[in-house]
Structures are given as structure tokens and as C-alpha cells.
Design a protein around this ligand. Structure first.
Ligand code: AR6
Length: 170
């Protein structure tokens, strides 16, 4: 069975066990999909983020992920993943790969059956979408994540077409 699906739409409406947020290291909200997720989830999500352990104001280093409750979202969990800032962070491929991998590992270790991803780093962080699509699809295809249903939620026609093409012709 195909365990990767592409959806064009708003990730806050996803009915999955875990919604992945394209967060920043402080994990206290922001613009883009982060802002949309916090608005839809309400203040409980921010309160849950505030409880995450910090080191020098960093809750989640680049390339890592942290799991919290999901407030008013339909999901059980929000997984906050921090992707690289393209052109600023070194080894962006490795960091984007590990942001996806750490998110998937958290979902599996918390017993999730489904997970929804946005295009991490492809907004203000400037990652070229063709490259990001290739990385995200290849990590999601790994056999260790076979038991999870993986959804990519993409906003524009263009981004949706890029992910579709990578899924069909990797
Ligand atoms: N559903 C699905 N995709 C969305 C939604 C939505 N509701 N809203 C935006 N997108 P970005 P990044 C798409 O900038 O590049 C924040 O301020 C959007 O069109 O949200 O990882 C954080 O706090 C784009 O394709 O994330 C960080 O500081 C993709 O989601 C920083 O931005 C990701 O764009 C993270 O930047």
C-alpha cells in the first residue's frame, strides 16, 4: 500500500495523529505555517512549548524536533521541527534530512499511525523546493517508517506539482 500522500491545503485541518510544524529554535510561534498552527491550536500549544527545556533560549536546535500536545487541533501531537535557513546554516541537506527523520522517529516512538508535514524550510527559510521535495520524499520512503501514513500538505499549485513529481519520479 502507498503510505505517502500529497494534499493541497491547510495543514491545520489535517486529521492525523501528529502535525509537524516548521518552527524556529525558540519554539514560541512565528509567521507562515507556524503562525497558522498556533492560531488554530490556541494558547494551550504555546503553554506546552514554553514548558520544553531550553538551553541558551534554544528549545529545539536546527535539524531536531520536539513533541508537544496539540491544543485545539484535531491531532494528538504537534511535532515542532526546525529546518535549516538556506544559505546561512551549513550542510543544509543533512539538517533538512535530520529534521524529517527526527520528526518521523518521534511519531513512531509515540505510537502514531499518521503524520502530516508542511514543506519545512521552503518559506522564509528559502530552501529550493525541488531539493527539499527530494529529501523529504526519500526520508519518508525509508522502510522503518512503512507503518506510518505520511501526508505532505502543500499550499500552492506549484509546490503541490513539485512534490507529486518527486513522488512519482524520485
Ligand atoms: N498549511 C500548509 N502549508 C503552509 C501553511 C499552512 N497553513 N502556511 C504556510 N505554508 P514557512 P520555514 C507553507 O515560512 O521556511 C516561521 O516564522 C508555505 O507556503 O512557514 O520553515 C517560523 O517561526 C511554505 O511553502 O516555514 C520560523 O521562524 C511552507 O509552508 C520560520 O518561519 C513553509 O514556510 C520557518 O521557516
Amino acid at each position: 500500500m502507498d503510505t505517502i500522500k500529497i494534499v493541497q491545503g491547510d495543514i491545520t485541518q489535517a486529521t492525523v495523529d501528529a502535525i509537524v510544524n516548521a518552527a524556529n529554535s525558540r519554539m514560541l510561534g512565528g509567521g507562515g505555517v507556524d503562525g497558522a498552527i498556533h492560531r488554530a491550536a490556541g494558547p494551550k500549544l504555546l503553554a506546552a512549548c514554553e514548558k520544553v527545556k531550553t538551553k541558551n533560549r534554544v528549545r529545539c536546535p536546527v535539524g531536531e524536533a520536539r513533541l508537544t500536545e496539540a491544543g485545539n487541533l484535531k491531532a494528538k501531537y504537534v511535532i515542532h521541527a526546525v529546518g535549516p535557513r538556506y544559505g546561512i546554516d551549513k550542510n543544509p541537506e543533512n539538517l533538512l534530512t535530520s529534521a524529517y527523520q527526527n520528526s518521523l522517529d518521534l511519531a513512531v516512538s509515540h505510537g502514531c499511525e499518521s503524520i502530516a508535514f508542511p514543506a519545512i524550510s521552503c518559506g522564509v527559510y528559502g530552501y529550493p523546493p525541488q531539493e527539499a521535495a527530494k529529501i523529504s520524499v526519500s526520508v519518508c520512503k525509508r522502510p522503518e517508517y512503512e507503518s506510518l501514513m505520511k501526508y505532505f500538505y502543500l499550499f500552492s499549485d506549484e509546490m503541490t506539482a513539485i512534490w507529486m513529481a518527486k513522488l512519482e519520479h524520485p
